[in-house]
Design a protein around this ligand. Structure first.
Ligand code: PML
Length: 249
């Protein structure tokens, strides 16, 4: 069956220095008959957001010609922490366990305020700790991935994980990203001021949720992919943006 990538992004007019402010985004894969439903789901998502009311929204769909790759979801574990400080300390420890040299983790954290102003994801080399993508303020937007609701619900039931669309989306993205052999780990937390849980994910460690990685009210999000042995940056970015992936349990 033919599938379509359906994407949404919304933004708000910013101040002169800042340009527009990103509000929200969304990615779905849909059959032709379901496009109406998909567009509506993304419209709903973009209309109500804690980051504010959008002044601008774009929803688009396009057909996918490449075969869709099926991947198993990462295993999920939740770590309860008392404070953002403890959460970030745990995140660093997990990144080290995933195979990133401590020096590079420290270097990444030295730049973290700069990185958290970026809309999409950024890539850091695990040995140098330096940013290696060339996407500046925009970063990279991972796209063309989804998980069919019925299959997700069965999985959530079985693993006793609440059927939260935010967790689903983040897990789908983390699973796709971790599937590429150059990805060593991902570090992420939301730019939603009302949502403070984030995660470290890797093929080796699974999807490790951390219940507090920032304070409520903080609108700085973060999404970093730590990569190793990248032969071709463009083909890695192409995988993230274009390779269609269905998570399937
Ligand atoms: C986001 O909302 O932008 C990212 C959310 C990451 C954490 C989701 C979870 O609770 O597992």
């Amino acid at each position: 069956e033919k599938y379509y990538s359906v994407r949404m992004r919304s933004a708000k007019e910013g101040s002169h220095e800042q340009g527009e402010k990103h509000i929200s985004g969304g990615e779905l894969l849909s059959t032709y008959n379901d496009i109406k439903h998909a567009v509506n789901a993304l419209l709903e998502k973009g209309l109500t957001h804690s980051r504010g009311r959008p002044d601008f929204m774009q929803i688009q769909f396009e057909c996918i010609n490449d075969p869709i790759k099926l991947v198993n979801p990462l295993q999920v574990m939740t770590n309860e922490v008392e404070s953002a400080g403890k959460g970030q300390a745990l995140a660093r420890k997990l990144l080290e366990q995933a195979g990133i040299p401590r020096k590079s983790i420290e270097k990444a954290y030295d730049q973290i305020t700069e990185y958290s102003g970026i809309r999409g994801a950024i890539m850091l080399d695990i040995h140098s700790g330096e940013r290696i993508d060339d996407r500046k303020e925009k970063g990279v937007r991972v796209s063309r991935m989804d998980w069919l609701d019925t299959n997700f619900e069965k999985w959530a039931d079985h693993c006793q994980i609440p059927q939260n669309p935010r967790v689903k989306e983040a897990l789908v993205l983390a699973t796709k990203v971790s599937e590429h052999p150059a990805t060593i780990a991902e570090l992420c937390w939301s730019d939603d001021p009302d949502y403070i849980t984030g995660y470290v994910a890797s093929k080796k460690l699974g999807y490790r949720r951390i219940t507090k990685l920032k304070e409520f009210g903080d609108e700085q999000g973060c999404r970093i992919f730590f990569v190793n042995g990248l032969e071709d940056l463009n083909s890695y970015i192409h995988y993230l943006e274009k390779q269609p992936v269905f998570v399937q349990w």
